[in-house]
Write a protein that binds this ligand. Sequence first.
Ligand code: THU
Length: 160
Amino acid sequence: MKEIKIETTLYIYQDLDALPTDIIPLMQKAFKARNRAYAPYSNFTVGAALLLDNGEIITGNNQENASYPSGLCAERTAIYYAGSQYPDAKIIRMAISAGSKNNPTTKPIPPCGACRQAIAEYEIKQETPIEIYFMGETGKVARSNSLANLLPLVFDKTVL
Ligand code: THU
């Protein structure tokens, strides 16, 4: 029996203002997208903003449904739109902000497992890392230099 340890690296910024100056506007676009989320069932709102290598910025937010599983997370709403509109563009980075109407979110909230899997697909397809910044409504912001850091044991096309 052999033990395998997996390490990952995140970088933590004290707050929005501590981010690099070119990242702040992208996160603010994620805030705006979050404010447009349709989340009447969970009251949990998420916004995502993607910067593409063609200069386009794509935003998305969570869209819920009375049939709960039919809803979709913000990250996948945004990345599927990007994939459908700009299939040849590379995603440089993604900014995510999550908030709750029930209680304030003040710590970094990472993308869910299903969204990590979806983002992984595009990172692998484009063969360059996608940088990910994520936060609550306020407070610290986490940066991952690649989706791979958030999903070390990825299920990908090589196993098919
Ligand atoms: N949600 C996202 O939009 N992104 C995530 O990564 C986690 C969860 C949404 C889905 C649902 O509308 C609400 O947040 C509560 O789970």
